[in-house]
Write a protein that binds this ligand. Sequence first.
Ligand SMILES: N[C@@H](CCC(=O)N[C@@H](CS)C(=O)NCC(=O)O)C(=O)O
Length: 209
Amino acid sequence: MITLYGMPKSRALRVAWVLEELGVDWNFSFVDMNKAEHRSPQFLALNPCAKVPVLTDGDLVMSESAAICQYLAEKFGKLLPEVGSVASGKHHQWVSFIITELEQPLWTLGKHKFALPMEQRHPSIMPCAVWEFDKAAASAETMLPETEFLLSDEICVADILLAHTLMWGTLFEQQIPPKLAAYRDRLAARPSLKTAMKKMEVIAAQNQG
Ligand SMILES: N[C@@H](CCC(=O)N[C@@H](CS)C(=O)NCC(=O)O)C(=O)O
């Protein structure tokens, strides 16, 4: 059985969203980072980096949200273009762009707002991170195709990563260019996302409760 470890408001949501798009049965194990559970010996045995998400699937224990999403899509044969195809090359490009160009400045904002230990936070970095995010978002706006999804009229892993990152940008009060905002809203309306969120929130509430 597949188990996803994390919190609803974390990168675990993008993995849960992929699992729901795949129609796979999965367990959610709530890791309360507000209680530092991600630094407990049990969790460190799963991920020495002390970060969520983690996925377990039989003998496999895996971290890194984008890698997990791609592993799941490969395993269940959906949400990815054919290996070695032109579309696959574009898919690799989008995943790298989303993680290294778009998410990175957002995470700089998040780290210096709430995630880092107080003494490591430097608010003076914020304007630079906003500038970097705006630049990456403007590039994404230009690269966004006219098709419904990034590669065609079928959703792929990169769509989930991009939409989740844009939702995160919105949460962090960043400006999202108009085509990207419409794309984000279209993706965010998918029932799979609502099911994933609900499942995580219900289990989180039970564990906090
Ligand atoms: N590159 C990793 C980043 C994971 C990450 O930073 N997760 C955050 C939550 S979204 C976390 O666990 N932070 C805890 C910490 O940094 O102490 C991924 O994509 O999974």
